[in-house]
Design a protein around this ligand. Sequence first.
Ligand code: ADP
Ligand code: MG
Length: 289
Amino acid sequence: MKTTTLTQRELRLPAPKAPGDIVAEARDVCVTLGGAAILRNVDLQIRAGRVLALVGPNGAGKSTLLGAISGDLEPTSGTVSIDGASPSAWTWRELAIRRGVLMQRVDVTFPFAVTEVVRMGRSPWAGTPAEDWDDEVVADAMAEADVTKFTDRVFNSLSGGERARAAMARVLAQEAGLLLLDEPTAAMDIKHQELVLHLARGRARRGDAVVVVMHDLALAAAYADEIAVMSRGQIAAVGHPVTVLTPELLTRVYEHPIEVLRHPRTGAVVVLPRRDFSVVPTAPSQRSY
Ligand code: ADP
Ligand code: MG
């Protein structure tokens, strides 16, 4: 039986948001680590009801930016706000009911079962009326992320993609209005990549704000309302996928020739490295010495 219910004064609930309202914001954020400028003057607005894809080459600063927005990493200068206040202004519980984070690397040291890991997502709601829904929310999140069949498996025994889905279920179960997902699809097969982006869209339709870091630009274009391209610690472009994903910008940012095509039937954006197949490598036997 539950005896404790936190009062409104003890737990400040998130302000209701309309689609398009700013849920989180980075203003002129700089992060210096080990003497190196990792983020330089980053401005980013994250809005309710939208999926924002954060893309860019390895080392561009995507995870660092997510860390700064989530409140896990203090900016060297500039400000971050979540629900109108600095992340440090909220208690851990208040922060956790506002934003859920799916880290790029998910390590669970103790041999927890998958269901226990997902249930950890409910911990910020302990002692609130929402706790009554824990079992249902956990079961729904596991079904959504397609991990129900792993309920009693030890989390660490799952494959990379299966782990990522279980971690996704945990962040879904947290029911925060802002989801910060760092490469959730990196280890996933096509079906589950589509599933995760579909879930992200579903949360946005419910009014949540979703940020997804990812490398597949066509996938980002298909599911995101907005794309922010990071390059060398800065935002190189932000906006609607069609306006942002140009061959010129991508070729410059990725330092590799890139083509942007349209799918002949659907018109969907297709992004490919430009490959010149007329240059056939010489087979070793054909070499003359
Ligand atoms: P991304 O997620 O875009 O691949 P990260 O945000 O993880 O990039 O890292 C951005 C850059 O910051 C990388 O070059 C990385 O090596 C560097 N970096 C991250 N953490 C540290 C640190 N503690 N000290 C020095 N450099 C770091
Ligand atoms: Mg990263």
